[in-house]
Design a protein around this ligand. Sequence first.
Ligand code: GRF
Length: 207
Amino acid sequence: LKVAVLVSGGGTNLQAILDAVDSGKITNAQVSLVVSNNPNAYALTRAKNHGIEAVCISPKEFESREKFHEALLKKLQESGAELIVLAGYLVAIPPMIVEAFPNKIINIHPSLIPSFCGVGYYGLHVHEAALKRGVKVTGATVHFVDTGTDTGPIILQKAVKIEPDDTPESLQRSVMEKAEWKILPKAINLIANGKVSVDDHIVTISD
Ligand code: GRF
């Protein structure tokens, strides 16, 4: 399965994917392209260090949002990607791209959807909201991307206990280590091995 990964920041989720491919935790899949909207994303360095094509396609380089979307879609189609993984990617995916890759785009979100998700709930804001609400358990979700924000069919979730002394930063770290870096590679492996099916908005995993 040819996989393209879209990133915006440090790329620790990308790294978890690359490590899982190298260790055999992910089979029948390879990352053939990494795209970032941010030229300074360390994720691009991680890709280059791994010999993977790593490009920056930034909205700022285009005279309109539509031209940016067209360039991104063209790059994804040319790469032959069969699965697109949003790994800490902070730019909205337009309907044009969602429709070109139906149930072929997945996203990792650092909460148990439908809690603490939707527009504005990204990065530390997600964990600030969880701490503010006083939930005892949070976690991460891998879901298919549809034209909404964090509204697509849920593939995998993993819960993480919140400690009394957790800060947004410490909570983000533990959700990444204990949940994101586990369920994102696992979801890719399940998809690459034909174990995931979607009916309406319900995902079935055959193990
Ligand atoms: C983090 O906030 C993570 O929870 C979310 O994307 C952000 C950056 O992740 N999934 P990464 O280190 O760039 O993968």
